[in-house]
Design a binder for this molecule. Sequence first.
Ligand code: PLP
Length: 454
Amino acid sequence: MESLRFVLPQSEIPTHWYNVVADMPNPPLPPLAPDGKPATPEQMGAIFPMAILEQEMSSERWIQIPQPVREIYRLWRPSPLVRAARLEEMLGTPARIYYKNEGVSPAGSHKPNTAVAQAYYNKQAGIKRITTETGAGQWGCSMALAGQMFGLEVRVYMVKISYQQKPYRRSMMQTWGAEVFASPSAMTQTGRAALEKDPDNKGSLGLAISEAVEEAASRADTNYALGSVLNHVALHQTIIGLEARKQFELAGDWPDIVFAPCGGGSSFAGIAFPFIADNAAGGRNGKPVRLVAVEPSSCPSLTKGQYAYDFGDASGFTPLMKMFTLGHDFMPPGIHAGGLRYHGASPLVSQLYKEGLIEAMAVPQLATFEAGVRFAHAEGIIPAPESNHAIRAAIDEALRCKESGEAKTILVNLTGHGHFDMASYDRYFSGELEDFDYPEEAIKASLQHLPKFG
Ligand SMILES: Cc1ncc(COP(=O)(O)O)c(C=O)c1O
């Protein structure tokens, strides 16, 4: 019987993260302070520990993973690489499809890869409390879990609509010891101002980030942690691609094309960046691996956004980053992949896209659920709605292979399971889900508010 699961021993958990900056043709553009000058480490030090800021600015190719972090990773890593043979058969494709299953972490997604590292560095720096935001709940759960592992208090501002729709994500965070508030909340000036304007405000990721940053900046014992977008988050996630490369060697195969969902861009960065090192050296089989970020067509930051300096949050508390953005006050339509409802994309992912080293595509919501259900029928696993975006793209590629007769090797980042997203699946089954058109007018209006320099 042919092996379908490629599992590394725990001794093979990578010892270093890979920093793509070392292989980028041009250095990344620096974050800017609101006055337009490069943000100083002192300004950023109000909310991040120095070790993380060093990683944020580093151009070292390899950065050592601290042993206590590897010891926590050991609870679920290395994650399996699995050949989706039943899906291939169902599609009747000559393509070989593999998925890297990040849904096996205790929180159910790739997010603990960075949450554990961030909790460790904050603990080392003497920090007692972490504030953060969560949209769909995956990141908040991951930070709650990591805080528990290192004895840090965690306070999560959860986008109000998710707080109401996903009570069990809230219970999970509470089980791991975190405090959870619906955002906008009465706890911060930002929250109070938003509620005054609209007592019914359902919240957004940008607003929740503003609340968490405001609180962290006002207390010396408290730092802030972000679950995506920033360079250090992308760095920590590279453990996914580093393991996958070793697992492909075990399988005696190598990907031609990699698909990952793209919200802030960390899971895409995590699986794709280690292959950029190969591509920079001419590619394994003499050809580069194609690396494709898949975003929702209703929140298309890479494919329809503008490459410009913009804030990472709705209120303008964060430094300005050069990224593909839809405008920091863009309110994405109510799509069900909550983790993809972010106005921008990681500056590293954005720059690599701008320079043509990676690709991006957008897919509509209904097609992603159709793909997720097909995947569940074939492979058993019910994917997170975010992961369904990458699965949609992979299925379409496999069907193109069926037409052309090509036996391509396709790799998908299965970033999480969908066990807490069944209300969204229910809405899909009952026909209540819709495709939201790319809201051109809303994006145009929001892009009017881009900061005026950079
Ligand atoms: C399961 C899952 N996949 C993907 C994402 C998208 O985020 P990122 O682009 O940072 O990977 C999220 C974000 O919450 C998520 O929960």
